[in-house]
Design a protein around this ligand. Structure first.
Ligand SMILES: *[C@@H]1O[C@H](CO)[C@@H](O)[C@H](O)[C@H]1NC(C)=O
Ligand SMILES: *[C@@H]1O[C@H](CO)[C@@H](O)[C@H](O)[C@H]1NC(C)=O
Ligand SMILES: *[C@@H]1O[C@H](CO)[C@@H](O)[C@H](O)[C@H]1NC(C)=O
Ligand SMILES: *[C@@H]1O[C@H](CO)[C@@H](O)[C@H](O)[C@H]1NC(C)=O
Ligand SMILES: *[C@@H]1O[C@H](CO)[C@@H](O)[C@H](O)[C@H]1NC(C)=O
Length: 504
């Protein structure tokens, strides 16, 4: 009996790996999008995948085929952070197939994006966990979630997704994301590696089995941009960043370093150290935390916000001289200076503030477009009256950061042969490059490509250091927290090179 069940389970799993001959579901195909009147440069699909038999947890994805050679190019999963932010953030503002122009009417105009990541890869934008973007559950208790739940649900989504799109199963697969996805990416990668191993183990048990050598998900590596990783490294990052960027005086830096003995993240730091850290925080508080070079967007009236509880930098997010301004905005979960991500519940804006809207964000284009009933229909999303409004960052989830530090995940993954690119917009003060540079170095891997500039379009795109086990750290000069938003050409360059396994 047990054997039969085992066989049955294995055959189901097997069927995922190759027995299937059908292909992309035509019902998910998108043929037209409001705001765009030209032909798409490749095929687009979107829709829901229920990860359970009862159809309770429904994950929504938008899939863009590669504009080069979809059958050969890698397939990449994109995740925005938060936790709680929709991956359509990346689609609309960062590396999606369109640039969104705001118009006088409420209907954005879409133009082809020459730096879309779909130029060189197939890419899946996934709203995860349920309760985020268009993804939903019929049982609201699923909106209380965590790192581990999110990783296993996203894994379940992928298994189902590849079953629906079997023609992509043997393409090299990568996971990519930024900010809080610094947690999503390694936890999901690790889940996939374990899942693949289990399936292979199961096959080995069956004597008469078909010979399986292909893993179910052909994971090759992952990319993390300005990613949350570890409370000590992330917590230590601000003071040296502020010093290196000339935001605080050399004097204050030395005093702070001495008072804190070079350790700024421990909650048990001395009172003398706390005083100095507060001085540093106060000194940089008028800057835009997501890109210290940029001014910030805010609505005309900021009176709806509880100003007293906001760091001053949040109040000045906004104005710009550019004709098509770089969007200035915050994310659904905020880490005011010094309040970097720690284990436990990560508060949402609505939990931090009485007002549930996120201060200083300019998400007007995305919010208008993704709540247009015609758009929702075109991308096969449920109507607003069924699942609520699309929000850049969801206020309906309660999220427990329970996976701890990511460093051990990165170690296991890189030592198992998965390639990793850890990149940082070097003007981001939210998850500063100093933390990512320090933790990648702390892995203790041999330096195989010593710190040097990398070149994009004949200019220095930033700097890179390569380590053994295919771990690469890379900065993007002048970019903020959301790298492709600020430096789209450079971003497509390093992205293409990484996927192709080329030198940066
Ligand atoms: C795309 O790649 C596949 C597999 O390598 C190849 O057979 C096919 O000819 C390529 N198509 C084009 C248009 O280059
Ligand atoms: C399964 O495939 C592997 C690798 O191709 C091969 O070495 C092995 O002999 C095969 N086993 C069977 C039972 O066909
Ligand atoms: C801070 O001090 C408390 C009480 O001594 C201790 O339990 C805790 O582990 C310390 N935290 C850190 C991060 O060292
Ligand atoms: C890393 O690998 C070790 C040894 O296989 C294992 O015990 C540990 O649980 C793994 N850690 C993570 C975070 O995957
Ligand atoms: C690094 O990646 C390349 C390309 O995928 C691979 O050939 C090589 O074996 C990897 N090196 C290590 C040390 O894992």
């Amino acid at each position: 009996m047990g054997w039969l069940v085992e066989l049955f389970v294995s055959l189901i799993l097997l069927s995922l790996s190759f027995a299937i001959t059908d292909s992309a579901p035509q019902s998910a195909l998108i043929t037209k999008l409001p705001g765009f009147n030209n032909k798409f440069s490749s095929k687009h699909y979107a829709g829901y995948v229920a990860i359970d038999k009862e159809g309770r947890k429904n994950f929504w994805y938008y899939f863009v085929e590669s504009e080069r050679n979809a059958s050969k190019d890698p397939i990449v999963l994109w995740l925005n952070g938060g936790p709680g932010c929709s991956s359509m953030d990346g689609f609309v503002y960062e590396h999606g197939p369109f640039n969104f122009e705001r118009t006088k009417t409420n209907n954005p105009r879409l133009h082809p994006n020459r730096y879309s990541w779909s130029k060189v890869s197939n890419i899946i934008y996934l709203d995860s966990p349920v309760g985020v973007g268009y993804s939903y559950s019929k049982d609201k208790s699923d909106y209380t979630t965590s790192d581990t739940k999110t990783a296993s649900d996203s894994h379940a989504f992928l298994i189902k997704w590849f079953k629906m799109f079997p023609e992509f199963q043997s393409n090299p697969f990568f996971i990519s994301g930024e900010s809080y996805a610094g947690i999503y990416v390694p936890t999901l990668a690790s889940k996939i590696v374990k899942g693949n191993k289990n399936v292979i183990k199961k096959h080995k048990k069956i004597k008469r089995s078909i010979n399986v050598t292909k893993p179910i998900i052909n994971l090759k590596g992952y990319l993390v941009g300005n990613g949350v990783t570890d409370p000590v490294f992330d917590g230590n990052a601000l003071v040296p960043f502020a010093h290196g960027m000339a935001l605080i005086s050399n004097e204050l830096f030395e005093e702070t370093r001495t008072a804190c003995k070079g350790k700024y993240s421990n909650e048990n730091v001395s009172d003398g150290c706390k005083v100095k850290i507060k001085k540093v925080s106060d000194g940089v508080s008028l800057l835009n935390i997501y890109n210290i070079l940029e001014p910030c967007y805010h609505k005309k009236s900021i009176s709806t916000f509880d100003i007293g509880s906001l760091p001053p930098s949040f109040l000045k997010l906004g104005k710009t001289e550019k004709s098509l301004p770089v969007r200035k905005r915050m994310f659904g979960r905020a880490w005011p200076l010094g309040a970097f991500v720690r284990p436990g519940i990560v508060p949402s804006w609505s939990q931090l503030l009485a007002d549930s809207s996120v201060p200083c964000i300019d998400d007007r284009v995305a919010t208008a477009w993704l709540n247009d009933p015609a758009v929702r229909k075109a991308v096969h999303a449920k109507e607003e009256n069924e699942i609520g409004r699309w929000e850049l960052c969801s206020s309906q989830i309660t999220y427990d950061h329970n996976a701890g530090s990511m460093i051990e995940f990165h170690r296991n993954l890189t030592l198992s042969g998965y390639r990793a690119l850890i990149y940082s917009g070097d003007h981001d003060m939210c998850v500063p490059y100093t933390g990512s540079e320090a933790w990648t170095k702390s892995m203790g891997y041999k330096v195989v490509d010593k710190w040097r500039p990398w070149i994009s379009n004949g200019e220095v795109g930033g700097f890179t250091q390569g380590y053994d086990n295919n771990l690469t750290f890379l900065t993007i000069k002048g970019a903020g927290h959301t790298v492709p938003e600020y430096k789209p050409q450079e971003a497509l360059d390093f992205y293409s090179r990484f996927l192709a396994g080329k030198k940066m």
